[in-house]
Design a protein around this ligand. Sequence first.
Ligand SMILES: Nc1ncnc2c1ncn2[C@@H]1O[C@H](COP(=O)(O)OP(=O)(O)OP(=O)(O)O)[C@@H](O)[C@H]1O
Ligand SMILES: [Mg+2]
Length: 358
Amino acid sequence: MSSKFRVRIHYEYQLNSSWLRTKDRKLRTEKEVIGIPLADIFEKYPDRRYIMFGGKGGLGKTTFSAATAYYLAKKGKRVLVFSVDPQASLTDIFQKDIFGKGPTEIIPNLYAQEIDADRRVKEYQQEIRQKILDMYGMNKIPEEIENYIQAASAEPAMEESAIFDEVVDIVVKGGYDYYIYDLVPLGHALYYLSMASVYDAWIDKITGLREQMREYDQVAAVMRREKELDEDAILKELLYIKERIHKSSSILTDKEKTAFFFVLTAEEMIIKDTLKAAELFAKFDVPLSGYIINRVLPPDLKGKNIPEYLENRLDMQDHYLKVIDATFGNQILASVPEMERDVTGLGMIEKMAKTMFG
Ligand SMILES: Nc1ncnc2c1ncn2[C@@H]1O[C@H](COP(=O)(O)OP(=O)(O)OP(=O)(O)O)[C@@H](O)[C@H]1O
Ligand SMILES: [Mg+2]
């Protein structure tokens, strides 16, 4: 599909949301070139070592993260799959308690990690207490200050920033061929990305100011015939933070290094939200590698002796699969069937990996 055509469809979609229900509209005249299958992405682009699955809640992000990690590990790559979700479910899918335990080996080459944001917040609190004690030469934190520290730590932003910090740690540390981010549902992932750019702008400003002030200080020092000032500790700290943020957010938005997949299902609301989200992600320059359709019911059930409700589901699925095809075309990389049960444990993960990657 030419990009012009895609834009038009998108535009029409925005103008008229009932577009999705327009059954017989002829959207495409010829069969398109088939997109690159999922497995080929990793073969073709070996530099895309940071992998993310985005999508609305409950569509299969964790499932695909785990299956992809399994597939790559079996191919001999060293893989870390990690979760930034306070309600992380890697523990459930791998059936192994990994929460807050750091990178834990699941099978050779496959490591999983669930970030314990709470612990990090507690570490922050301790740091603050220590600084206050040192600064004022106290041996106990006064009650009002302790209350204030407790209240500040209860802010959601504190947890977010703890998570963000942990992710930066993981990425900056290195040591793996592949990093798979088991993302939180869309809104949150966007928040995370926007946080990177807000942080970045903020630090830029502060560092700029600090640098200016340092110049003035130095001039003043020279005029007073003093030695050059000691290294500015605050400026150093800021520059350090800035470099870390740069490193992690530049990875997220680097097409050469990142593979970002959207998970969706053949349902109206999901398609709509996916389109909206894709647009927002584009705003943050997150490069999209493609879409994966999950939970596709076996079409060959049709015509067999099945209950009416299932017949209806299949009809609905048929329709929305066409809509997906018309909307995302050759950006669809894989279509994954509904399994006979939920995907937990290595047996099901292996099965899912085979289905996804062949
Ligand atoms: N193709 C499938 N067949 C059967 N069950 C599936 C399939 N894909 C996902 N599931 C099941 O659906 C549930 C939700 O999947 P998963 O946890 O991967 O979603 P998620 O996108 O990570 O959710 P959240 O947004 O809450 O993190 C899980 O119980 C999973 O086992
Ligand atoms: Mg999940």
